[in-house]
Ligand binder design. Sequence first.
Ligand SMILES: [Zn+2]
Length: 395
Amino acid sequence: MLQAKLKSGKLITLFQYSKEEIETLRENQQFFCPTCHNKVIIRAGSKTIAHFAHLSITNCQANEGGEGAYHEKGKLLLFRWLKEQGLTVSLEEYIPSIKQRPDIFIRIKAKKIAVEYQCARISAVDIKSRTKGYLSEGIQPIWILGGNLFQRTGRNQVKTDHFILQFLHQYRHDILPVLYFFDSQTNNFLTVSNMYQIRKNQMFGSFAIKKLKHMRFINLFKTTPIQPNILITEWKKAKYKFRIHQPKRTDGKEKLWYHWLYSKGTHREHLPSIIYLPVPSQFGMKTPQWDWQSRICLEIIDPLPLNGVFTISACRYQLQQSISNESLPLIRSSGDPILEYLQILCTLNIIKQLSKNQFVKEKVLIHYTHIEDALAGDNKIMDELSKFFQDKIRA
Ligand SMILES: [Zn+2]
């Protein structure tokens, strides 16, 4: 925390004081956490930002951003950065109606924005409830993650486990989600935009790294367009990995899928190339793309004769077990991954949409017998989709 209360109830904001003044304060005063009222002490050193820390470990909400110098420094840097842009900002302001204290609170005319700098892993449930608290008050939360939570898994890939997923921001339903990271040590601000889930716990996106001083607040809402050819290349790689992947051990759900494939008389290497395609709302599904997409293809489309009709409701019924009923707090769209997939199949002329609920089969699905043909087919499908993604991805 950058602020604490004196016995008198007066609020002290440390960074406003000089080193000598801080020393005098330290010797003559007692400090209390404004949130839990427990005793806090000053932590100051030549290299750390002066801040308050709880004397003993508590489950105080003020700790949840991550106590300690890294978090406090970043919070202060972000606060100053916003203030320098002429914005009306306050630090650690208490919002009584929801009993929450965002790191930074911004008021722009009637708009209210809570900026949280999150450097500690706390439970996803807590993040959810705090996000919902802000939204219930008409406050837009913006969660900026500490650089310590950033894990790169590829050139354009970031690890997104269940905790990180809670911080995906989506401001408009037709724009892909974005994640923010700030490293208070290097002053680097990283925006990962146009994000697609590529496999479990991994998302693909366009990376933009800037020094904080070269950024404006408004930049947070402008995404970097991704080159469709990069997206296509990454997906070709992902599909290749999927084809040649030899699982050493399979967990429960994966095992079920392999059993099901076996019961269908096929194998991962022989599956049609239209299985495992990118859909923007994949985070609405509990199972990986290849799992639920193969079930639509093999259970519903494949058995139909040409010109046979099926419904999206039948697909939904088939995938009951795969549809997640957990929502992500900052994802605005009610994006439907199943519909998105069927629409991709429409662009590939495999099926055609007849009405809101009905689709007709237009092409026979190609099953492979040789892995080489499958790999070539996968690349061909992704090339065909290149134009489709060009239209989808925007700045
Ligand atoms: Zn406290």
